[in-house]
Ligand binder design. Structure first.
Ligand SMILES: [Zn+2]
Length: 244
């Protein structure tokens, strides 16, 4: 039974203790939860402790979002206050910084649910890697999702450069440089939209693979089965996320 493998918010106290945090806020949250509207906010929900369960929770939220039936969970005052004691997010999400790809909205999650890291084109640098390492090592997320998206401007800019266009100004050039190997690995052909979509997928896969290569902390956590890294792509029109 999937619920047997899950941990309730109250059951997560041991983990919070291991992280040196207290559970006072969680205890305070309980009485409020009992009277809250379960369809909106505050109900203590099981916290996934495996990568499969974490992905299932994200997929369910994305389904609600894509269908136009989001719950907008975990935004009310009691829940916010409960999080003062600590965090136990479902997953770490590295997404593009694009304004149309807000992970909490796309996965219909709320405060404390996602450890979100964002950079244009999901480019990895020391700050991004360090943030993800913190999520894996100290927040103990069971899943890291690298989320690319349709119509990514950073990937499109890289396609322009690969096709012979001028390098962009400023530090945007560093983004293009980081994305370029993934784009060069895609066979050009077909229409432009299909090519860009293939490049977007390639960059998300490349960043996910590079996470383990570049980070011994992530690599060891994956090897130990403490976390998993997956790549996904978000479709702007349908609102749906597909795991690659
Ligand atoms: Zn983008």
């Amino acid at each position: 039974m999937i619920n047997d493998r899950r941990l309730s918010r109250r059951g997560a106290l041991g983990l919070f203790g291991a992280l040196g945090l207290t559970a006072t806020g969680l205890a305070g949250c309980s009485s409020s939860d009992d009277t809250a509207d379960a369809a909106t906010t505050s109900t203590p929900e099981p916290v996934p402790t495996s990568a499969d369960d974490a992905w299932a929770a994200l997929a369910a939220g994305n389904e609600r979002f894509a269908n136009g039936e989001p719950r907008h969970p975990h935004e009310d005052r009691p829940y916010r206050e409960s999080l003062v004691a600590g965090q136990h997010p479902i997953a770490c999400v590295l997404s593009c910084a694009d304004s149309r790809v807000a992970p909490e909205l796309v996965f219909d999650q709320g405060l404390g649910d996602l450890f979100t890291v964002r950079s244009a084109g999901e480019v990895l640098d020391d700050a991004v890697l360090g943030s993800i390492e913190y999520a894996v090592e100290h927040v103990a997320v069971p899943l890291v999702v690298v989320l690319g998206h349709a119509g990514c401007g950073a990937v499109a800019a890289t396609v322009d450069v690969v096709r012979g266009g001028p390098a962009p100004d400023g530090s945007i050039a560093a983004l293009v440089q980081a994305i370029e190997p993934a784009v060069r690995g895609v066979s050009a052909g077909g229409d432009d939209a299909a090519y860009l979509a293939a490049c977007v997928e390639a960059q998300a896969r490349s960043a996910a693979a590079a996470l383990a290569d570049a980070s011994p902390i992530v690599r060891e956590a994956v090897a130990d089965g403490r976390t998993s890294v997956v790549a996904g792509v978000y479709d702007l029109a349908s609102g749906r996320v597909s795991q690659l």
